[in-house]
Design a protein. Sequence first.
Length: 334
Amino acid sequence: MFPEKIEKAFDLMEQAIQLLKGSLDTSFLDAYIENGENILDSYQVRVLDGVPDEQTVQQLEALYQQLQAIELTPEEIRRLSQLILLKGSKTEVLQANHQLTPDSIGFLFVYLIEQLFNSKQELKILDIASGMGNLLLTVLLNLNLADYQAQGIGVDIDDTLLAVSATNNEWTNAAIQLFHQDGLQDLLIEPVDIAISDLPIGYYPNDEKAQGFDSAAETGHSYAHHLLMEQAMKFVKPDGYGLFLVPSNILETEQSEFFKNWLQKNVYLQGMIQLPDELFKSEQSRKSILFVQNKGEASTQAEVLVAKLGSLKDPAKITQFFQQFEAWKSSNLK
Ligand SMILES: C[S@@+](CC[C@H](N)C(=O)[O-])C[C@H]1O[C@@H](n2cnc3c(N)ncnc32)[C@H](O)[C@@H]1O
């Protein structure tokens, strides 16, 4: 159940987005961005060449007046945005590789990061395929609530998804820097403590670029998720971590030998956490969180954690996983 004020804000935001969508004759995501930009511009409706018309402007202003009166925390704003984006993507179907990462998975990332960095420290976090940014924002805001000083860096190849993310980041005052580019091209990023990502699954079309990577296929197109993981870990400090949402069969595909080339040479594979079957429609679409660590003076190969989360809805099963992770951590991580 969501607090009444979130339900009210949801209703107002949805009406405003629908009005903009109709009057600008645009897609749901573009209307979402336009609405966000109006909100950030002190709730003023932007009019270009007489669009939206006077009547729509008045309706929007009335909605914004009510919305402005609702006090929302940054995490409440994020939840609100996420609900609206989820509802919107039901009417305008997004391809699987563009969908936002659900909160249930985001909160698991938060738990794992808190376990890996248990002192309340400054943390720089990179998401190399950050899309609409729900995963990165969930992690960042919830780490801040737990007294970490977290800063994020997001990279994505799709400008519309990044614009959604930019709006949400600004509205929640989140310290996130965004880069619009192909994550496999040269990136100007300072070293980070941890890389996270819900990676796009499929082939990367630029074979020439792929050849510079240890995980590249010998012939033909390489898997983008292998290359992006390798690339992200290049920006992680020695001994730093990577947590990536990947297909559960990543170690058993026709390209896994290339992926293992990279794994063995560059990082320690410390764990693989299989997510509950209930989250996925088919066996092929099941995902796991792959947990790697960069080599460095303070890290060694641990006994690999192989865990399966029974459910994200059953508190007993979640507690069971937390106990398993914490027991593994105390005997395996320095
Ligand atoms: C599953 S989505 C990420 C969802 C995101 N975590 C969220 O919560 O909104 C995967 C993203 O990978 C991006 N992507 C695909 N190829 C890419 C590339 N070469 N470089 C950077 N991003 C890429 C897509 O545009 C998409 O936004």
